[in-house]
Ligand binder design. Structure first.
Ligand SMILES: Cc1cc2nc3c(=O)[nH]c(=O)nc-3n(C[C@H](O)[C@H](O)[C@H](O)COP(=O)(O)OP(=O)(O)OC[C@H]3O[C@@H](n4cnc5c(N)ncnc54)[C@H](O)[C@@H]3O)c2cc1C
Length: 440
C-alpha cells in the first residue's frame, strides 16, 4: 500500500458501474471456488464513486425483448442474476410489455418464439383488437392506437439504479474486494508483448499481476484511445461488402424524464405493481390540447418509480465531439421531449391525461457510447486486458460480469463469444430489427 492505494494487484478492474462491480464480485467468487485466490486479489479503480456513470442514471429497465438470438440468451442469464438476490439488487420483478405496430409484428413474434424455446416466460398477442383487450384487462383506461403486436414478458421488470450498484459494491466488499474511489486511470504501461504491465493512475502506478478489466461505460472511447486502438474500423457486412472507416464509437443522448404523481395511480386493475411498458406506434400523436406532435413512428417507455412515473423516448445522435465530464450534466434532454413524452403517456392511458404540468424539471437522461454496429464488444483488446464495452445496452446485463469472471480464469463463454471484436472483420454480425431504437 502507498497513499492508501495498492501498488500491485493480481486483477485490476476499472470502473465501478454495474459491469465492473459484477465482474469483481463474480471473479472473487470464481477464484475462491477454484482455490485460485479470493477477492483480495481483485481491486476496483473508480475515478468518482460507485454509480457515478451510466449505471447510476439508468432508467433501470430489465427486459429480454431482443430480436438477436445472442442478446436474448445472454439476457436470460442476466435475469437469472437479478432474480438470485432481488433485495440486494433493488430488483422489482414486475415484468415488461413491448407493444408495436404492424411493421414490428414479425420481430416480436420471432422474439417470443425464441423465448419459448429457451424457457423465458412470456406470452405473445397479435391483432389490434386482441392486443387492446389484453391491455384493457391490465389497465382498463388503455387507449393506444395502431398497436397490433404485444410481447408480454413475465420475467424482468426494473431495478433502482444507484441502490443496485451499491448492493453490488457491498457484495464485492464482503468477498474482500477493495474498491478505490477518487482514483483516475490515466494510462497503461505496455510490455514488449503488448500486455499491460502497470496501470497509471492519478494516485500512482499499480503493477498488474495477471489481468485488467475495463468497464468504462460512456468513457469507452477514451480507453480505446489510451490503448492505441483504432478510432475507425472497416466492417464486413454479412453479404460480403466491406464498409470502410466507420467510427468505432458513436454517442447518443438518451431522452428520459418523469412526472411527479402518486406512484400508486399507475397500478394494474387489481391494484398490483404495473409491468414496465414500452409502446411503439405509427398512430398520429397529439398533445392533450390537440396539437400534432408527430405522424411518424414514435415510441416511449415508462415505469412506476419511487416518486412518480419515469421513462423515456428514442435517443438522439450527438453530433461532433462529446464532452463527458462531469457526467452526466454535459448534456440535457431535447426541449421538445417533455411535450412528446407526456402526450404519449396520455395517448396510452387516460389516467395520464393532463399530466404535462406534472413533468418534473430534473436532471434526467444522459449520453451513452455505442459501438460501430450498436452491439456490445466483450473481448480481449490486449493480451491481458478484457474490455466490457456494452454499447449502452447494459445496466440490465448484470450477468455479463459473471461470464467475464469465467473467461478470466480460463473458461470459454458461449454467451459472450458472439460479441467478440473480430465480428467486424468476419461479417459475423447480429441481425437488425425493425425497432427505431439503437439498442433493440
Ligand atoms: C439515461 C440512460 C438510461 C439508461 N437506461 C437503461 C435501462 O433502463 N436499462 C438498461 O439496461 N440500460 C440502460 N442504460 C444503459 C446503461 O446505463 C449502461 O449500458 C450501463 O450502465 C453501463 O455500465 P458500465 O458499468 O459499463 O458503465 P458505468 O456505469 O458508466 O461505469 C463506468 C465507471 O467508470 C468510471 N470511470 C470512467 N473513466 C475512468 C477512469 N479514467 N478511471 C477510473 N474510473 C473511470 C466512471 O466514473 C463510472 O463510474 C441507460 C443509459 C443512460 C445513459
Amino acid at each position: 500500500m502507498r497513499n492508501g492505494i495498492a501498488n500491485r494487484a493480481t486483477y485490476v478492474i476499472v470502473g465501478a458501474g454495474i459491469h465492473g462491480l459484477s465482474t469483481a464480485y463474480h471473479l472473487a467468487k470464481e477464484l475462491k471456488a477454484r482455490g485460485l485466490g479470493s477477492g483480495q486479489d481483485v481491486v476496483v479503480l473508480e475515478k468518482t464513486e460507485p454509480g457515478a456513470g451510466a449505471s447510476g442514471i439508468a432508467c433501470g429497465v430489465v427486459r429480454n425483448n431482443y430480436f438477436q438470438p445472442a442478446m436474448s440468451e445472454l439476457m436470460q442469464a442476466c435475469v437469472e442474476v437479478w432474480e438470485s438476490d432481488p433485495a440486494a439488487y433493488a430488483y422489482n420483478p414486475v415484468g415488461y410489455i413491448a407493444l408495436g405496430p404492424q411493421v414490428q409484428e414479425s420481430d416480436l413474434a420471432a422474439t417470443f418464439e425464441r423465448q419459448e424455446r429457451i424457457g423465458y416466460r412470456s406470452t405473445f398477442v397479435a391483432g389490434e383488437r386482441e392486443v387492446d383487450a389484453h391491455m384493457k384487462e391490465l389497465f382498463p383506461d388503455w387507449r393506444a392506437q395502431g398497436v397490433t403486436a404485444c410481447l408480454h414478458e413475465f420475467q424482468g421488470g426494473f431495478a433502482f439504479n444507484k441502490e443496485s450498484v451499491l448492493g453490488l459494491a457491498e457484495k464485492c466488499r464482503s468477498e474482500g474486494v477493495e474498491i478505490f474511489t477518487g482514483v483516475e486511470v490515466t494510462g497503461f504501461e505496455l510490455g514488449a508483448d503488448d500486455a499491460v504491465r502497470a496501470v497509471e493512475t492519478s494516485r500512482g502506478r499499480i503493477e498488474v499481476g495477471e489481468q485488467v478489466v475495463l468497464a468504462p461505460g460512456p468513457w469507452a472511447r477514451d480507453f480505446w484511445s489510451m490503448l492505441g486502438l483504432p478510432p475507425t474500423i472497416d466492417i464486413r457486412t454479412p453479404d460480403g461488402d466491406v464498409v470502410k472507416d466507420r467510427p468505432m464509437w458513436i454517442y447518443w443522448n438518451l431522452q428520459e424524464g418523469e412526472i411527479t404523481v402518486d406512484p400508486t395511480m399507475f397500478a394494474t386493475a387489481d391494484g398490483g405493481a404495473p409491468p414496465v411498458i414500452h409502446l411503439d406506434t405509427d398512430a398520429p400523436l397529439y398533445t392533450d390540447e390537440g396539437t400534432l406532435v408527430t405522424d411518424e413512428l414514435w415510441g416511449i417507455y415508462y415505469k412506476r418509480d419511487r416518486h412518480g412515473v419515469q421513462g423515456g423516448a428514442s435517443p438522439l445522435v450527438v453530433d461532433g465531439d462529446v464532452e463527458l465530464d462531469p457526467y452526466p450534466s454535459t448534456t440535457d434532454v431535447d426541449p421538445a421531449f417533455p411535450d412528446m413524452w407526456c402526450a404519449a403517456l396520455s395517448h396510452a392511458m387516460s389516467r395520464f391525461e393532463g399530466c404535462r404540468p406534472l413533468y418534473k424539471k430534473a436532471r434526467s437522461g444522459g449520453v451513452g457510447a455505442f459501438t460501430a454496429d450498436n452491439f456490445p464488444v466483450f473481448d480481449y483488446v490486449k493480451p491481458n486486458v478484457y474490455g466490457v464495452f456494452d454499447s449502452n445496452h447494459g445496466y440490465k446485463m448484470i450477468g455479463v460480469g459473471r461470464e467475464v469472471a469465467k473467461v478470466l480464469v480460463g473458461e470459454h463463454s458461449s454467451l459472450l463469444y458472439p460479441f467478440r471484436f473480430e465480428r467486424f472483420e468476419t461479417g459475423d454480425l447480429h441481425p437488425v430489427s425493425h425497432s427505431p431504437y439503437p439498442w433493440s
